[in-house]
Design a protein around this ligand. Structure first.
Ligand code: ADQ
Length: 425
């Protein structure tokens, strides 16, 4: 037993190793939980992101961090394998075929046990523990067995699939048993919660749509916005995409929609900036997606660009948060077109960056964000015509729609999200 009254358990610690030191990794979750962690003698249990390195607990930015070590087999079996090649595609409605592999499952169980044991050691008597996301679904059950005194919350950041899909999973009973160890399970939207309740009504559940740290996206100056617009050729319409390069995000679909609109002559004088963070690059489906996206970008520029003035400006890197604000502010049309997404914080960040109610959001109806941001130009990414139509509508936006969404996001930020979950717990 430890002395932490409040413990956050997540796959990753909220830090990244840069050279020989650590830096806080940006993200709403840390921003929302740091004040709670500081106020309640809390700690964060997670993997530091380096393979095969055992670290002592350390303090960072006023938060105590408790590293869980993963070796190469853990990383491949638990993280790349079971979490991201089985659960991720299954929970995103089989956009690609999941791979079910016994050895990966065994690693998933073993790593979940490591997390549960580290948490059991860190938590004070009657502590509150908040477990995050699909990588750690067995932790609640394992922890409850080790420490029946603690109160356990669980939040799923990604969608929860319909029972007919979930039942594919060879280890569906074990996952459900693991989740049943918690006292409250939270979902991004009601459909996720409903899907889960069709499988079991034994635990308390709720819907808590996550949001952003509204102060994190820096306001851009007019000079910054103008410099960016002029760098891409001062187009009439500047379109933007910001994603992890993941097959769920529908990056190729938005490119195809733009290509088709250019071909039909319905759209002209545009530039499209696509920022795509490299993600899970050792997994085959991610490599294929990258290839398709880059091929489409080359083709579109070859067909419709001019020398010194491409249509698509592609950045295959992560962009620091302080620069993202300028991209968001400069963009006339933000394209968020996932086939399936738990929430999608990029959509909310864009809206937050438009206090003057200019700009337009094209948003997939399959993103969790579409529930709250229903004033966006909604589209169905499985239907190219619908994406094209939404883009065309967004070229002449109604500011009242953006104003409504901006006010909503500013009021419902990530601090409000954390508070509502913890109060319910
Ligand atoms: P993600 O799938 O990673 O998260 P998302 O919510 O869109 O998706 O993004 C998370 C953060 O990453 C955002 O703050 C965004 O700014 C940042 N980001 C994305 N691309 C970036 C880039 N190219 N450069 C810099 N920063 C970038 C999962 C679920 C989501 C859910 C979140 C939170 O898949 O549905 O919204 O968790 O619960």
């Amino acid at each position: 037993m430890g002395d932490n009254e409040f413990v956050v358990v997540a796959n990753r610690l909220p830090v990244d190793k840069v050279g020989d030191h650590y830096e806080v990794s940006p993200g709403g979750l840390v921003a929302a939980l740091a004040p709670v962690l500081r106020a309640r003698e809390g700690c964060w249990v997670g993997w530091p992101g380096t393979i095969g390195e055992t670290l002592e607990p350390f303090e960072f930015g006023g938060i105590s961090l408790l590293p869980v070590a993963l070796d190469k087999d853990d990383f491949e079996g638990f993280y790349e394998g079971f979490s991201n090649s089985a659960l991720w595609p299954l929970y995103h409605d089989l956009i690609v075929q999941p791979e079910y592999n016994q050895a990966w499952w065994d690693r998933y169980v073993a790593v979940n046990r490591k997390f549960a044991e580290a948490t059991a050691k860190a938590a004070a008597k009657d502590a509150t523990v908040w477990v995050q996301d699909y990588q750690l679904q067995l932790v609640p059950g394992m922890l409850k067995a080790l420490r029946p005194d603690v109160t356990i919350g669980f939040f799923l950041h990604i969608p929860f699939p319909a029972p007919a899909l979930f039942q594919q999973l060879p280890w569906r009973d074990e996952i459900l048993e693991g989740l049943k160890g918690c006292d409250l399970i939270g979902f991004q939207r009601h459909t996720d919660e409903d899907n889960f309740r069709l499988l079991t009504e034994e635990i308390r559940s709720g819907t808590f749509p996550i949001s952003i740290d509204s102060g994190e996206i820096a306001a851009a100056t007019n000079e910054q916005v103008e410099a960016l617009r002029s760098a891409v050729g001062s187009p009439k319409h500047l379109l933007l995409g910001v994603d992890r390069l993941d097959y769920t995000k529908g990056i190729l679909q938005r490119l195809l929609a733009i290509e088709s609109l250019l071909e039909e002559g319905k759209l002209s004088d545009i530039a499209f900036v696509q920022i795509a963070t490299p993600s899970r690059e050792r997994i085959e489906h991610y490599r294929t997606t990258r290839k398709q996206v880059e091929e489409a970008i080359g083709r579109i520029n070859g067909r419709f660009g001019e020398v010194g003035r491409p249509i698509v400006h592609y950045v295959h890197r992560s962009v620091p948060k302080e620069h993202l604000g300028t991209f968001y502010a400069a963009a006339d049309i933000m394209l968020v077109t996932p086939f399936k997404d738990g929430m999608n914080l990029v959509a909310k960040e864009y809206v937050a960056a438009h206090p003057d109610a200019d700009g337009a959001l094209v948003l997939s109806e399959f993103a969790g964000a579409a529930v709250e941001l229903d004033q966006a130009y909604l589209c169905n990414p499985f239907d190219l015509e619908s994406v094209k139509e939404a883009i065309l509508e967004a070229t002449d936006p109604d500011p009242a729609r953006m104003r409504h969404m901006h006010d909503w996001v500013m009021e419902h930020d990530v601090a409000a999200w954390a508070k509502s979950f913890l109060e319910e717990l």
